[in-house]
Design a protein around this ligand. Structure first.
Ligand SMILES: Nc1ncnc2c1ncn2[C@@H]1O[C@H](COP(=O)(O)OP(=O)(O)O)[C@@H](O)[C@H]1O
Ligand SMILES: [Mg+2]
Length: 378
């Protein structure tokens, strides 16, 4: 029998023999059972490393409360976020969701819509950072035929498409300054004109905005209008980064491992405890999106019933510096560096190295790696 089923108890070892005390020493000195003893445990896995590693079952503890609208986690700060979603959803207030990339801002925006009286009307998303600033106005508000060169037909904007529903404005910090008065007007008066038209359109749209940028300094530097900021900031929801709610990591690992195993038709039931410990220590600059992607890869790479996580793909921090509040800009910088290093296979210099990708010189990149505590995974 190839697969070993584990019950839902927190820590499981796949055999009944050794006790915890000889487990720790077994990490350096693998215990090999005499063959007769081995045969006694005929349900045990065959590979030696599976003998020496304690395993955790992928089954969730049945005592854990079910997830809320696909939002997995029970950390107290995440619970506060969920409470805020429940408070604000039925109201028609605009909401500003703040948090690093991959923390679940879009998931939260959808939950707000789905719990609102607008749930049977459209949820329309616009990523303000993904649309060239010159095209954003027409994307949001639409245009008439001939409004500008290239406007060969009339276009209905996202505000009109979202009528009676919710418009999710992602990366709101990237909205150009010159477009901000028009956005403020539609938020306040629910009216606007399509480009190239003098006719005023009226819409009934609730706006939920999100950003990973800190808007307050942008307001101070006059890169973001203060009146728009206050209008959006009526009900801010701040989503904590994953490294500030490490107690949710284990549950998220189980959630995504099971999800991808099911999707790929694989039978995966356990994860080595040491792997889970490493995942819990990681700082997750890409937050839940990073964890989700890693789990998808892990499931794909796992040959048997035990989840094999490619730990070399994650960056091990030099020191856990949770107390150091890095700026949003530094976080983005760190993330870019990590990505460039991964893409260049941790080669720093040379034409294919990460420094060249980042248009930095080698020493400059080495300095930044040290500063951000980035080192090649072992
Ligand atoms: N708490 C969570 N539980 C389960 N999945 C989550 C959670 N938070 C985020 N995700 C998933 O992680 C990915 C990134 O989330 P997303 O909402 O797009 O993040 P953001 O908009 O903040 O960048 C999505 O696939 C989302 O479904
Ligand atoms: Mg997003």
């Amino acid at each position: 029998m190839e697969n070993v089923m584990f019950s839902s108890a927190a820590v499981q070892t796949p055999w009944q023999g050794p006790t915890d005390s000889n487990l720790s020493s077994s990490r350096t000195n693998p215990i090999i059972f005499p063959s007769r003893e081995y045969q006694q445990y005929d349900r045990a896995p065959r590979r030696t490393e599976e003998f020496v590693e304690p395993n955790l079952s992928l089954e969730d503890d049945p005592m854990i409360e079910p997830e809320f609208r696909g939002i997995v986690g029970s950390n107290s700060r995440l619970k506060a976020v969920i409470e805020n979603i429940q408070i604000v959803a039925p109201a028609d207030t605009s909401v500003l969701i703040l948090g690093e990339t991959g923390t679940g801002k879009e998931l939260i925006a959808r939950a707000i819509h789905d719990l609102s009286p607008r749930k049977n009307y459209p949820f329309v998303k616009v990523n303000c950072a993904a649309i060239p600033s010159g095209l954003l106005e027409s994307e949001l508000f639409g245009h008439e035929k001939g409004a500008f060169t290239g406007a060969i037909a009339q276009k209905i904007g996202r505000f009109e498409l979202a009528d009676k529903g919710t418009l999710f404005l992602d990366e709101i910090g990237d909205i150009p300054l010159e477009l901000q008065p028009k956005l403020l007007r539609v938020l306040q008066e629910q009216e606007f004109e399509r480009l190239g038209s003098t006719r005023t359109q009226r819409v009934d749209v609730r706006v939920v905005a999100a950003t990973n940028a800190n808007l307050a300094p942008m307001v101070a530097e006059k890169r973001f209008r203060s009146d728009l900021f206050y209008r959006l900031n009526v009900f801010p929801i701040t989503v904590p980064p994953l490294r500030e709610r490490r107690d949710d990591i284990e549950r998220l690992v189980r959630h995504f491992a099971k999800k991808y195993a099911q999707r790929m038709g694989k039978h995966i039931v356990s994860i080595p405890k040491a792997t889970m410990d490493a995942l819990r220590r990681h700082t997750w600059p890409g937050n839940i999106r990073e964890l989700q992607n890693l789990m998808e890869r892990a499931v794909l790479l796992s040959p048997g019933p035990q989840l094999r996580v490619p730990l070399a793909d994650i960056v091990v921090p030099l020191a856990v510096n949770d107390d150091v509040q890095s700026s949003a800009l530094e976080q983005v910088e760190r993330e870019m560096i990590v990505r460039a290093l991964q893409e260049s296979n941790w080669v720093v210099g040379g034409v294919r190295g990460a420094a060249a990708r980042l248009r930095l010189n080698r020493t400059g990149l080495a300095y930044k790696m040290k500063k951000f505590g980035i080192s090649r995974p072992t």
